[in-house]
Design a protein around this ligand. Structure first.
Ligand code: NAP
Length: 236
């Protein structure tokens, strides 16, 4: 039996990933910063709910203790993420507007939050027979793509979100090297209709979750330390 925890799983790509992995037979923890929203989502899916705010040490530690007490963890999907530079009108604050505070808020969730969760759950993952980590990154994380005028993400003007996801990619590489017994990969879901982008994305959550679900199910002989979308490996 595989036990899987997905951060930010009360909606969007995390919720769809949870739905698919429940369907694949995983015991799934829907981790949500709002306990009520998490409970509702978990009930809809036939999953377990656990309160987990990635920006809060005590919350993450309590979630790790609860999951450990219930039997441990095999798969961690670091999905929770924010994009603070996009306003309600979907205008993206660019280099002229970005502030240190916007960078700090973004990194607090997307990068420090991911590391906080990894650090707390590492002891559980190290006890698994087949530990897997999926870090939800973005195509906007890719330096190759963001410097190629031919790529669709190139015109994106925001600084904080792409920089945070580039950091997610480096975190992935370094953890993968440190823990060769684990499969640790970064994934790019593609531009997907969710609240993150005011539902302006071009893909459905079913399409977006595809690579997250696939990498969550990778076997011990699968890739590690890579960066993938649904079509295959991506250039960093
Ligand atoms: P979403 O629908 O806005 O979902 C984001 C989830 O993260 C929500 O459950 C949210 O919880 C949660 N979250 C935010 N801050 C949190 C915190 N401090 N602690 C715990 N959970 C927190 O967006 P999404 O598109 O599904 O995003 C999921 C991931 O995919 C993100 O990492 C995003 O960067 C990445 N991504 C998305 C796209 C896209 O086009 N949609 C493309 C590439 C990558 P609340 O409901 O409480 O706010």
């Amino acid at each position: 039996m595989t036990t899987t925890l997905i951060t930010g799983a009360n909606k969007g790509l995390g919720f769809e990933t949870a739905r698919r992995l429940v369907g694949a037979g995983h015991t799934v923890y829907v981790a949500s910063r709002d306990a009520g929203r998490g409970r509702v989502a978990a009930e809809r899916l036939g999953a377990r709910a656990v309160a987990l705010d990635v920006t809060d040490d005590a919350s993450v530690a309590a979630a790790a203790r609860a999951v450990e007490a219930d039997g441990g963890l095999d798969v961690l999907v670091n999905n929770a993420g924010i994009q603070v530079e996009m306003g309600d009108d979907q205008a993206v604050a660019g280099a002229a507007e970005v502030t240190a505070e916007m960078m700090r808020r973004t990194f607090e969730t997307n990068v420090f939050g991911m590391v906080r969760v990894l650090h707390a759950f590492l002891p559980l993952l190290r006890r698994s027979g087949a530990p897997v980590v999926v870090n939800v990154s973005s195509g906007l994380a890719s330096l190759s793509r963001m410097t190629d005028p031919g790529r669709p993400g190139y015109p994106y003007p925001g600084v904080a979100y792409p920089a945070s996801k580039a950091a997610v990619n480096m975190v992935t590489v370094q953890y993968a090297k440190a823990f060769p017994q684990m499969r640790i990969n970064a994934v790019e879901p593609g531009f997907t209709r969710t609240d993150l982008n005011g539902n302006s994305g071009l893909q459905t959550v079913e399409q977006g979750a595809e690579i997250i679900v696939r990498m969550a199910q990778v076997g011990p002989d699968g890739p590690t330390g890579g960066y993938f979308d649904a079509e295959g490996p991506l250039a960093w």
